[in-house]
Design a protein around this ligand. Sequence first.
Ligand SMILES: [Zn+2]
Length: 164
Amino acid sequence: MGRRAAVAAAALALGSAAAGAGIDASNVRLVHNSERFAVARALGGAARMLGDPECQALLDEFADASGRPLRATLQGSGLRAPEYLDGIFFYDAPPRLCEASTLAVTMPGSRAVLVCGSRFVRQMERNVLHAEAILVHEALHSLGLGENPPSSDYITERIRARCE
Ligand SMILES: [Zn+2]
């Protein structure tokens, strides 16, 4: 994880927005404290991931349904990738959405992500990097990426290959 530590240090040195996505992230609106803190903490990690140019290359790799690269949509927002996360709102998912193995869900182009909070807490305990990658995954959907194709697993696999 030396590279991630170096990236985190660089983000701090630049006073990056990554530092803003700490545990008081006001865009994380889950009701239960432990679940809200878990998502906020993972969001800090996701922001560090998205601060790395190699991770940002995902924005050129993936496009929306019209073929527009996600990077073009991000540029249209006027935000840098880590800052974009601060404008996504995280809410509790309704229980019926959490019956399968879902951790989080959103619609392409939406700024609202629904999180299965108790499962997300367990995921943070088991594998922090995977939990962070899931939030990057949802951010890519927010920027317009659809699914099937590409499959959910493929998206997460590409994130883990580029961003860890
Ligand atoms: Zn997905």
